[in-house]
Design a protein around this ligand. Structure first.
Ligand code: ZN
Length: 446
C-alpha cells in the first residue's frame, strides 16, 4: 500500500504525486482505460452506463444509485430506461448498409424499437448525416421525444439507391432506472469538492471518456492523500443526471465549497477553463492562477448558461462554485459529436497533462489558508533565521521575494492565493515560503 502523501507539509502534494509517475506510462494508462470504455454503447440510462460504472468501480470505490423511471426531479421526470441489442438497415440483397455492430453511433441514441420494410423515400426522414463532413457519422439523440433513426456518413447515404430497405432496431424503452455513480472520499472536514463527469455518451473519446479516465485517476490519487476537503466524484448521465443528483441532494449541497466539471480533456488543444456563474469563486481563481503558471496555451471563458452540467450546479437556486475544465471547447472542434471523436483524437500526453493540471488546482484549494505575521512591526531580520541570502548587493531571488510578500500580506485578511495573485509568484512557491516562515516562528496559521 502507498504511504499517504502529506498534502500540507509537502506543499504541493497531489501534483508531486503525479510528477513521481513516468508521464509516458501514466498517459498510456489513461488512454488504455478510455480504450476499454470506448466500445460500450452508453446512454442516459441502461446497461451501457451500468457497465461503464462497473469498470470505474474496479479502480476506485464507487457507490451506484438507481432512480426509478417517472421520478420527479425539479421540472423534469426520470425517463424510461433504454437498452439496445442490435440495429441495421438491410438492402434488398440482405446486405447491412447501416450496421450498429460496426459503430454504436449509427443508431439515433434512445431510438424506439422498430421492424419495418420501407422505401428509401420514407426512410430518409429518419436518416441523419453531416453533408459538410461526408466521411463522419454524426452522434444524435432523441431522449425526450419518442422517435427512431439512423446516423450515417453522408458518403454512405449517397451510396443508398432508391428501393426497399429492411429496418430493424432491436431496442427496448421501458420503465426501469436511471443509474449514476459516486466516489466519496472523506477528508479532515466535511466541506466538499465535487468533480462531475457525464458518462452517457457512446463511442466518443474526448467527449467524454477523457473526463471519465482523468477523473478516475484523480480519485485514485486523492484516495492516497491526506485531504483537508472531502471529495465527491459524480459519474452521471448529462443534464438529467445532474438534475437528478441535485434533486436528491438538495439539503446537502451547502457542504460543497468548490466544484469542477471535467470534459474534453484529451485532445491536442490548449486548455479552456469556464468560470462558475459567480465568476470570482476560489475555484475560478485557483484554476486561472495555475493555468497562468504552466506552459501550455490556455483561455479563460466567462460563465454562460450553455455547456455541460455546470449549467445545473450554477443554476440560480444553487449557484454553486463549479467551473468547467476543457481542452477544446464543445461544439467548436469539427470532430465534436462525430465518429472522428475517436481514440486517435485523444492523446496519452494530453490526458496526463490534464490530470497534472487538476492536481495543481486541487493543491491550491487544499493549501489555501490565511496566516498572521507574528512580527508585523517592520521587517523581521530574516538573515538571522537563515531565510535571507548571505551577501547583500545583487537583486533578491524569487524565493526571498515570496517570503517578503507572505510577511507583508499575512495580516489575517489575505489568503495565500491572494498573495500569489498579487505578487505574480506561483502558489507552490508562496506556499513553501509560508511554511518556512511558520517553521521559523514568524507566521501563525489562522
Ligand atoms: Zn456531448
Amino acid at each position: 500500500m502507498t504511504a499517504p502523501i502529506r498534502t500540507l507539509n509537502e506543499r504541493v502534494g497531489l501534483r508531486k504525486a503525479v510528477d513521481q509517475r513516468d508521464p509516458a506510462e501514466l498517459g498510456k494508462e489513461l488512454h488504455a482505460f478510455a480504450a476499454q470504455l470506448y466500445p460500450i454503447c452508453r446512454s442516459i440510462s441502461g446497461e451501457g452506463i451500468r457497465q461503464t460504472l462497473e469498470l470505474i468501480g474496479e479502480r476506485i470505490p464507487l457507490r451506484k444509485f438507481s432512480v426509478p423511471t417517472g421520478t420527479q426531479v425539479f421540472d423534469w421526470t426520470v425517463p424510461k430506461e433504454w437498452n439496445i441489442r442490435d440495429a441495421y438497415v438491410k438492402d434488398s440483397s440482405g446486405r447491412r448498409v447501416i450496421d450498429f455492430q460496426k459503430s454504436n453511433l449509427h443508431v439515433l441514441n434512445y431510438s424506439t424499437p422498430i421492424r419495418a420494410s420501407l422505401a428509401l423515400s420514407d426512410l430518409k426522414s429518419h436518416l441523419f448525416t453531416i453533408p459538410e463532413q461526408p466521411d463522419r457519422i454524426p452522434y444524435r439523440t432523441s431522449y425526450y421525444k419518442e422517435d427512431w433513426g439512423f446516423c450515417l456518413s453522408h458518403n454512405q447515404f449517397l451510396d443508398m439507391h432508391e428501393g426497399w430497405y429492411e429496418v430493424c432496431i432491436d431496442a427496448s424503452l421501458d420503465n426501469g432506472v436511471l443509474t449514476y455513480g459516486e466516489c466519496y472520499l472523506q477528508g479532515q472536514t466535511s466541506d466538499e469538492v465535487i468533480i462531475s463527469c457525464h458518462a452517457c455518451h457512446p463511442s466518443l473519446a474526448n467527449d467524454n471518456l477523457s473526463g471519465l479516465t482523468v477523473a478516475t485517476s484523480l480519485a485514485k490519487l486523492l484516495s492516497e492523500c491526506d485531504r483537508r476537503y472531502s471529495y465527491r466524484f459524480l459519474f452521471i448521465p448529462g443534464t438529467i443526471g445532474a438534475i437528478t443528483w441535485l434533486a436528491r441532494n438538495q439539503d446537502a449541497v451547502g457542504r460543497i465549497r468548490h466544484g469542477l466539471v471535467l470534459t474534453c480533456v484529451g485532445d491536442a488543444g490548449g486548455f479552456h477553463y469556464k468560470k462558475s456563474r459567480r465568476g470570482n469563486a476560489e475555484i475560478d481563481r485557483a484554476a486561472e492562477h495555475v493555468l497562468k503558471h504552466q506552459a501550455e496555451p490556455f483561455s479563460i471563458l466567462e460563465f454562460s448558461p450553455d455547456g455541460y452540467d455546470e449549467r445545473q450546479y450554477c443554476s440560480p437556486g444553487f449557484n454553486l462554485s463549479v467551473g468547467c475544465l476543457m481542452r477544446s471547447v464543445w461544439g467548436r472542434f469539427p470532430e465534436y459529436h462525430t465518429s472522428a471523436d475517436n481514440l486517435d483524437f485523444i492523446h496519452p500526453a494530453q490526458l496526463a497533462g490534464s490530470l497534472r493540471l487538476c492536481a495543481a488546482i486541487f493543491d491550491v484549494l487544499e493549501n489555501n489558508r490565511k496566516y498572521r505575521n507574528l512580527n508585523p512591526f517592520c521587517e523581521p531580520q530574516l538573515g538571522r533565521r537563515n531565510l535571507y541570502r548571505a551577501t547583500g548587493g545583487d537583486a533578491i531571488g524569487e524565493e526571498i521575494s515570496a517570503r517578503l510578500w507572505v510577511l507583508s500580506l499575512s495580516d489575517g485578511e489575505h489568503s495565500l492565493l491572494d498573495i500569489a495573485e498579487r505578487s505574480g509568484i506561483s502558489f507552490p512557491r508562496i506556499c513553501e515560503a509560508a511554511e518556512q516562515l511558520r517553521e521559523g516562528g514568524l507566521l501563525a496559521s489562522i
